[in-house]
Design a protein around this ligand. Structure first.
Ligand SMILES: Nc1nc2c(c(=O)[nH]1)N[C@H]1C(S)=C(S)[C@@H](COP(=O)(O)OP(=O)(O)OC[C@H]3O[C@@H](n4cnc5c(=O)[nH]c(N)nc54)[C@H](O)[C@@H]3O)O[C@H]1N2
Ligand SMILES: Nc1nc2c(c(=O)[nH]1)N[C@H]1C(S)=C(S)[C@@H](COP(=O)(O)OP(=O)(O)OC[C@H]3O[C@@H](n4cnc5c(=O)[nH]c(N)nc54)[C@H](O)[C@@H]3O)O[C@H]1N2
Ligand code: SF4
Ligand SMILES: [Mo]
Length: 841
């Protein structure tokens, strides 16, 4: 029995975010620890059924069983046998997974706008209005009048059905998801470097690596279970060192200090300068594996030239970091046997997002560090099913990582769907979300269907988004669990069934597919998103070339099988998967096919990349301008399975600090809330941990403005202002950090007396990365002024990156109060299909 075995420990997982440590040595299996939460008053013996699923509150995709009692979801338990989490769950997974489902304010009937107000209706009326408007616009203006804006939180089957409706039924290129705000850059970085989307690395790389680099990724708060996996290495024998690239002193930064790594805190908006500096160091010190680079990559000479000017001293000036810290970080990368890199929103939501993220791929390629244990790249996802949207093409791409610019790829789909290839939009790049909203603003899109996302809170420049949704120029359908800030502005609102109320599959960030089974019935007349999309397709009467219905699926399993068939021969190969297979081992990573019947732990072990002109998902772009590479140019470069090394010079962000707006404004997350809080806000444990908005200022900037902990402040940018309380915290001087979770909806009026003026996106900008088109939420200029005394400390958590800088007059109470969870370290760790003990596939 391991020494750390602690039977049935009761843990407050609001206070103790990552739970009990289970340290282990390099190259050994991560021990299993089973975390469980049941609603107060529910005993384990009361649970009637445990239903297999995976957590839907971030991209980690932890395997979970849902506890059911009397037709309701009453708790969750981590699946010990799951390859992703080995039984663990984080605070959101434990406290946020099920409570929302039985909330009294669920949408239970369709709503339609009548005399300016939303009134209760029925499916016949609501769908009738949608179909009437849709048909009229198609007749009058054609397919370009239609836009679909979906999510990273539906199931694979729902995206695939929506993609077929949009591309083969309507024929519109105006389809995207909130994945554009989330992980468009992950996809773009993969496509530019390796030819196609798809995570090269595996979570098992954590067990083998000698160093972990986290670039703009606050993993301890945003993928808590993955961070627990890293902590169990850094606290065990032969630990890896951690390098953190983040302007805040996050828990990653503190672990970097503890492990002898480096915390690089670049000035907000200067990531690419730093990356160019790190790349240059590899060349300067001979840390490049020249033979591997010559055999497996293209573009090394251009890259060397682009990064040449970025000496450590130049980087120090641009980024405000110490030149020696740049040297130290580069040395760790250059001299470690194997490095695992993770990249997330600090890079993706900054300007030059794709260039900075590709630079991480470059570092790995230069050292030949890809495709072997420990040498992983995780261009992270955020949302639980973002990967599926990208795979299925409800984000505008073509299903199966096909290239819209490749006639042969379009033809494959046309055959699968039995439609004329000309119906499938492929005459220009798919329209990205920011452009879809611009078209909706002018009315050129007159019909916008929004599913499972809350853009009134989550899109940049919120006042503009509200105007677009509210105006008469565009008919807006919103499909959600709740009457969100967005639904309130819609013309028709459709009540959806959520997680646990429907069956479907989804794929986490490292390609691991899970089946999530229906555990309970949805409330009232709520229906699954799949059923709603199929209802629309039926009513519209879409047909194929043979005059048969375009879509004849009735169950999610039928859709899944059709999807698996359409992935044949593509990098994202699902042909070896079925519902039956997914009910067996918990979590199977694609590709799964005849060659890899049990899945594939990591890609590119053979250093052959899907870059061939006839195979690749894109011919590529110029990273600085977004200019496209043509098919002829791509073919002339003869990639033949080699990866691309691509660079770009650094340029400053769109909005720089000025006399009026002297501070840099950046936004992000706290561990306790998921996005616009529609689920986590309805969990008392999570809501109380972070009940209202705040901003984080450095002690220096606060003192300069006479601001103390808890004071009310006004934060203003050229686009808007918010009034919130100040946390004198861990952010670097010159920068201000605001959580973006808080719209005007609130579960508890006392906690947020002034909830109208706290939405972080009032201040952000309508600008995007030239390649991935991901909007910039992490760079803008702002001013902060003191309004009045607060009546206590800021409502910010005292844990993790939001911890106060030091003692203050208004000392915040330590964040605590999670409900009763248990946590049990298993004496004997199960074997996992693809774990390091059994070797890698
Ligand atoms: N608790 C929680 N977990 C979540 C979510 C959630 O809402 N809540 N959402 C999920 C989703 S969809 C996503 S996309 C992920 C996001 O996960 P993360 O990307 O980890 O979260 P963020 O807080 O958006 O940003 C990460 C870090 O970027 C830093 N940053 C800001 N500006 C810059 C910059 O210019 N350069 C650098 N290098 N860093 C910068 C911030 O200080 C912050 O610590 O989280 C997922 N998990
Ligand atoms: N300032 C700033 N803004 C940001 C970010 C940031 O870091 N800073 N991050 C961006 C990122 S990475 C993301 S991912 C977005 C997230 O932004 P949103 O997608 O707007 O956030 P959510 O609150 O997750 O919205 C999901 C909605 O879907 C509903 N829902 C959940 N399950 C289902 C279902 O099964 N069916 C249906 N129909 N509805 C369902 C929920 O009730 C909720 O209203 O925000 C982006 N906005
Ligand atoms: S790490 Fe993500 S998937 Fe796992 S329990 Fe937490 S929120 Fe859920
Ligand atoms: Mo996201």
């Amino acid at each position: 029995m391991p020494e750390q075995f602690q039977p049935d420990q009761q843990v407050d997982r609001v206070a103790d975010i990552h739970g009990t440590r289970t340290p282990h040595a390099k190259g050994t299996v991560w021990p299993a620890r089973v975390d469980q939460y049941l609603d107060p008053g529910v005993e384990e013996s009361d649970v009637e059924r445990w239903v297999q699923s995976a957590c839907l509150l971030c991209s980690n995709g932890c395997g979970v069983d849902i506890a059911v009692k009397a037709g309701a979801m009453v708790g969750v338990r981590g699946r010990a046998t799951d390859v992703v989490n080995h039984g663990r769950l984080g605070p959101k997974g434990l406290y946020g997974s099920t409570r929302w489902a039985s909330a009294g304010d669920r949408l239970t009937t369709p709503l339609v706008r009548q005399g300016g107000r939303l009134v209760e209706s029925d499916w016949e009326t609501a769908m009738g209005r949608i179909v009437e408007r849709s048909r009229a616009l198609l007749d009058e203006k054609g397919p370009l009048s239609h836009g679909f804006y979906t999510s990273g939180q539906l199931f694979l089957e729902e995206y695939y059905a929506l993609a077929v409706i949009g591309k083969a039924g309507i024929g519109t290129p105006h389809m995207d998801g909130n994945t554009r705000l989330c992980t468009a850059t992950a996809a773009a970085a993969f496509k530019e470097s390796f030819g196609a989307d798809g995570q090269p690395g595996s979570y098992t790389d954590i067990e083998h690596c000698d160093a972990v680099f986290l670039y703009g990724h606050n993993m301890p708060e945003t993928q808590t279970v993955l961070w627990a996996r890293i902590l169990d290495r850094t606290r065990g024998d032969d630990p890896p060192v951690v390098v953190c690239v983040d302007p805040r002193r996050t828990l990653v930064a503190r672990e970097a200090e503890r492990t002898g790594g480096v915390h690089l805190a670049p000035r907000v908006g200067t990531n690419l300068a730093l990356m160019n500096g790190l790349t240059r160091e590899l060349f300067e010190h001979g840390w490049v594996d020249d033979d591997w680079v010559a055999a497996h990559t293209l573009g090394v000479d251009d890259l060397r030239e682009v990064v040449a000017p970025f000496t450590p001293e130049r980087v120090a000036t641009v980024c405000g970091v110490d030149a020696d810290d740049v040297r130290r970080a580069a040395r760790i990368f250059g001299e470690s046997g194997s490095v695992l890199s993770t990249v997330l929103q600090g890079f993706y939501q900054s300007h030059q997002a794709t260039a900075a993220s590709v630079a991480v791929n470059n570092l790995h390629l230069l050292r030949g560090m890809i495709g072997r244990p420990g040498a992983g790249i995780l261009q992270m996802n955020g949302q639980p099913t973002a990967q599926n949207n990208r795979e299925c093409g409800a984000d505008g791409d073509l299903p199966g990582f096909r290239n819209w610019d490749n006639e042969a790829h379009v033809k494959q789909l046309a055959e699968a769907w039995d439609v004329d290839p000309m119906v499938i939009p492929h005459w220009a790049p798919p329209t990205h979300a920011m452009q879809i909203f611009s078209y909706a603003e002018t009315g050129s899109i007159g019909f916008l269907w929004i599913s499972a996302t809350n853009p009134a809170v989550s899109m940049p420049e919120a006042a503009r988004i509200r105007r677009i949704l509210q105006g008469d120029q565009c008919f807006v359908v919103v499909q959600d669990l709740f009457l969100t800030e967005t639904a309130e502005l819609a013309d028709v609102v459709l009540p959806a069934a959520g997680w646990g109320e429907k069956t479907g599959c989804f794929t986490n960030v490292n390609r691991t597919v899970h089946l999530s089974e229906q555990a309970v019935e949805p409330p009232g007349e709520a229906r699954s998103d799949l059923d709603i999309f199929l209802m629309y397709a039926d009513r519209m009467g879409f047909t194929n070339q043979s005059g048969q219905p375009l879509i004849s699926w009735r169950t999610s399993e039928e859709v899944f099988d059709a999807w698996a068939a359409v992935t044949a021969g593509r990098p994202v190969d699902y042909t070896g998967l079925s519902y039956e297979k997914l009910r067996g081992p918990s979590g199977i990573p694609w590709p799964v096919n005849d060659e890899h019947p049990d899945g594939t732990d990591r890609l590119y072990a053979d250093a052959v990349f899907p870059t061939d002109t006839d195979v690749c998902e894109t011919y590529g772009h110029d990273l600085a301008t977004g200019g496209t590479v043509s098919e002829a140019e791509h073919r002339a470069s003869a990639p033949a399975g080699r990866a691309f090394l691509k660079g770009a010079a650094y340029s400053p962000p769109h909005e720089l600090p000025s006399d009026d707006f002297p501070l840099l404004y950046t936004t992000g997350r706290t561990v306790y809330h998921f996005h616009t809080r529609t689920k986590t806000g309805r969990s008392r444990d999570l809501d109380r941990a972070a009940p209202d908005a705040w901003v984080e200022l450095s002690a220096h900037d606060a003192a300069e403005r006479g601001i103390e902990e808890g004071d009310w402040v006004r934060v203003e940018s050229p686009r808007g202002a918010i009034e919130v309380r100040a946390r004198v915290g861990q952010v670097m001087p010159g920068a201000v950090f605001a959580p973006f979770h808080y719209g005007h909806w609130q579960p508890d009026a006392d906690a947020a007396p002034d909830a109208g003026h706290r939405l972080a996106n009032e201040l952000t900008m309508t600008v995007w990365d030239p390649v991935s088109k991901q909007p910039t939420f992490k760079t803008a200029a702002c001013q902060v002024t003191r309004l009045r005394d607060g009546d206590g400390p800021a409502p910010a958590p005292t844990t993790a990156a939001s911890a106060p800088a030091g003692p203050s007059r208004r000392r915040p109470r330590p964040t605590a109060g999670g409900g009763p969870t248990t946590s049990q370290v298993l004496a004997e760790t199960p074997t996992y299909p693809l774990d390091p003990a059994q070797g890698d596939s």
